[in-house]
Design a protein around this ligand. Structure first.
Ligand SMILES: Cc1cc2nc3c(=O)[nH]c(=O)nc-3n(C[C@H](O)[C@H](O)[C@H](O)COP(=O)(O)O)c2cc1C
Length: 230
């Protein structure tokens, strides 16, 4: 017997599914409904930790894919957005190809949302506003870490952190740590938004908003809904 055959537990997905009739006319409202439901469920039952954990896939200049998890910090008609170090591996990959795909996955609810599109850098004003709301230690780490670059050991990293902590001491003010130029974020300007709902016998529902014209995620005229086979 293979390893997989011995360890895999086959769980049938008993979700309620998703119908065309129940789907919101435009993707933003539909995604918000599901994100709100995931947050509520986490608050009530605690089985959807980090409901906005977003897997973000990028492709480097040679066509090699990469993926990591971030937190979805923005969700509006312009697309889902996240914050990060602009100099990171994901940053280099976005600079190289601009293509990005992302997924919110809530296994306890048998639901997932999938976005595909182009990365658009979030404006500095919005980033500055968001940055000031972060805890002081997180803002210090934004200076101390050059994300994705190797470091000799943990002690080296902590020494750099301590240096910035001394440079920008915690005064209790939102502006005691300046916004680093290298810290920012991207939104996904979506070409497709898929809602996946797990159902019995692996006969799941997949309803996909496909962009058919200009407009944002709140504009129903910009999208056509297609059902894909599971
Ligand atoms: C639950 C979770 C949330 C995370 N949130 C973020 C985030 O919001 N921004 C970020 O840059 N990294 C976040 N990370 C770390 C990333 O997964 C990743 O290690 C980092 O962004 C470097 O990725 P890169 O080297 O591919 O650019 C998070 C990791 C986890 C597991």
């Amino acid at each position: 017997m293979t390893y997989a055959a011995r360890v895999i537990v086959h769980t049938d997905y008993a979700g309620e599914g998703l119908t065309e009739a129940a789907l919101a006319p435009a993707p933003l409202e539909q995604v918000r409904r599901w994100v709100d439901a995931a947050r509520r469920r986490q608050a009530e039952r605690g089985d959807v930790p980090e409901p906005t954990a977003l897997s973000v896939a990028t492709v480097d200049a040679s066509g090699v894919p990469d993926v990591r998890t971030v937190l979805m910090r923005f969700l509006d008609a312009r697309g889902p957005g996240f914050v990060t170090d602009l100099r990171s591996a994901k940053g280099a990959e976005i600079a190289a190809t601009g293509g990005v795909a992302a997924a919110l996955t809530w296994p306890a609810m048998y639901q997932a949302v999938r976005f595909r599109g182009r990365a658009v850098e979030i404006g500095r004003d919005e980033i500055a506003e968001y940055f000031t709301g972060r805890p002081w230690g997180s803002r210090i780490s934004a200076w101390a870490s050059h994300q994705s670059i190797p470091v000799a050991d943990r002690a080296t990293l902590e020494a750099v952190y301590d240096r910035y902590a001394a440079l920008y001491p915690d005064t209790g003010s939102a502006t005691d740590v300046p916004l680093p130029d290298h810290w920012g974020g991207w939104r996904i300007d979506c070409a497709e938004v898929e809602l996946w709902a797990g159902r019995r016998n692996r006969l799941h529902d997949r309803l996909v908003y496909v962009r058919v014209g200009p407009g944002d995620l709140a504009d129903a005229d910009a999208w056509e809904v297609r059902r894909r086979q599971p």
